[in-house]
Write a protein that binds this ligand. Structure first.
Ligand code: NAD
Ligand code: GLY
Length: 361
């Protein structure tokens, strides 16, 4: 068992990473408070994993289930109500435990529901996509989308524990798996050059879904995320580096319609844009960007944004980003491979001219 810890004082929590951890009844039940559990999943994941998880729960617990519709387009305030409806119908009280079983969409929604149901209840994460295992289940960002902007309604709310079983990824479609790899590569780019090189070295093993390599990558990704979150839980500073590519990516997701581009795909194209902008600052080289692009393409990930987004569309979406402070856009760029740099003084005209080079709209 690999156990990491997110160090946040009295809100610290463990991340358990191991094959078969979902069937580790004793460990799972140790983190359940009260006598009630609401398992929140979706219509795709539940048929695959719900029985296994429920079999691990103490039989004396009162267990309810709510299955959300599957897809980023359902990550809305309206669909969130289904969780509250079920919790209230089944009389879940303040000592209940909400258990998220699914990818980042389920995890973000279950976490936000846990943060707000009766002003906050116990919350556990069982992430079932690569993206959720390396990123969204750790760190306490929860929420839903708004038609005008991605993840615009939400709360910081940490889980009490995260249970990661790499074996559940066996059923993950290739496109979703690749989208998760984009976030793995992100950690190498922003803060761990040795990890970046290690990942490149094991490129083919990732395509082949080699279990040992995958487990190591999940562990190193979670360790990187836990370090950053422990330093800056609420993104007052350094946590922003986790958003490499996301300002561009969120604009793509919102402008193209949620669910059209996967989150990891939008981040992939966004990271290349951030890398190219870093070349313009004289920080990294064209050769380094070319190496990144070739790698992402080998993983079937997009490396350029949709051409139909006009400069005005880019500006509109990027200025609505949560990282805009007093009208100034904070971008995450690369000082070098393995070191992110937060920039808030890039002239708007320079950014607009840069975006215009990718647009035929
Ligand atoms: P997702 O939750 O939509 O899951 C992707 C697809 O895989 C879905 O169809 C899902 O039903 C299916 N699936 C899940 N587990 C499966 C399994 N084991 N086998 C087969 N199919 C499975 O998408 P995602 O990529 O996991 O998460 C993306 C979301 O996460 C976005 O909404 C993004 O904003 C959010 N996110 C949040 C954070 C955070 O810090 N909270 C970080 C990154 C991303
Ligand atoms: N995915 C960005 C963050 O958790 O801060």
């Amino acid at each position: 068992m690999n156990t990491l810890k997110v160090q946040l004082g009295e809100r610290s929590y463990p991340i358990y990473i191991d094959s078969g951890v979902l069937s580790d009844s004793a460990r799972l039940n140790r983190h359940i408070k009260g006598r009630q559990v609401l398992v929140i999943s979706n219509t795709t994941v539940a048929p695959l994993l719900m029985d296994r998880v429920c079999a691990s729960l103490d039989p004396s617990l009162k267990v309810s289930q709510v299955l959300l519709p599957d897809g980023e387009e359902h990550k809305t305030l309206g669909v969130l109500e289904q969780i509250f409806d079920k919790a209230l119908e089944d009389n879940h009280n303040r000592s209940t435990t909400f258990l998220a079983l699914g990818g980042g969409v389920v995890g973000d929604m279950a976490g936000f529901a846990a943060a707000s149901y009766q002003r906050g209840v116990n919350f556990l994460q069982i992430p079932t996509t690569l993206l959720a295992q390396v990123d969204s289940s750790v760190g306490g960002k929860t929420g839903v989308n708004h038609p005008l902007g991605k993840n615009m309604i939400g709360a910081f709310y940490q889980p009490q524990a995260v249970f990661i079983d790499p074996d559940v990824l066996d059923s993950l479609p290739d496109r979703e798996y690749a989208a998760g790899l984009a976030e793995v590569i992100k950690y190498g780019l922003i803060c761990d050059p040795a990890f970046y090189e290690w990942l490149q070295h094991h490129r083919d093993d990732f395509v082949a879904r080699d279990k040992a390599v995958l487990s190591e990558a999940i562990k190193r990704s979670c360790a990187a995320k836990a370090r950053v979150v422990a330093e800056d839980e609420r993104e007052g500073g350094v946590r922003a580096i986790l958003n490499l590519g996301h300002t561009f990516g969120h604009a793509i997701e919102a402008a193209q319609g949620y669910g059209s581009w996967l989150h990891g795909e939008a981040v992939s194209a966004g990271m290349v844009l951030a890398a190219r902008l870093s070349v313009n600052q004289g920080w990294i080289t064209d050769a380094e960007v070319a190496r990144l692009v070739q790698w992402l393409e080998a993983m079937s990930l997009p490396t350029s944004p949709p051409k139909d987004m006009s400069a005005a569309t880019w500006t509109e979406h990027m200025l609505r980003d949560k990282k805009v402070v007093d009208g100034r856009l904070r971008l995450v760029l690369l000082a070098q491979i393995g070191e992110a740099r937060i920039v808030d003084d890039l002239p708007r005209s320079e950014l607009e001219a840069f975006m215009a080079t990718f647009s035929s709209a």
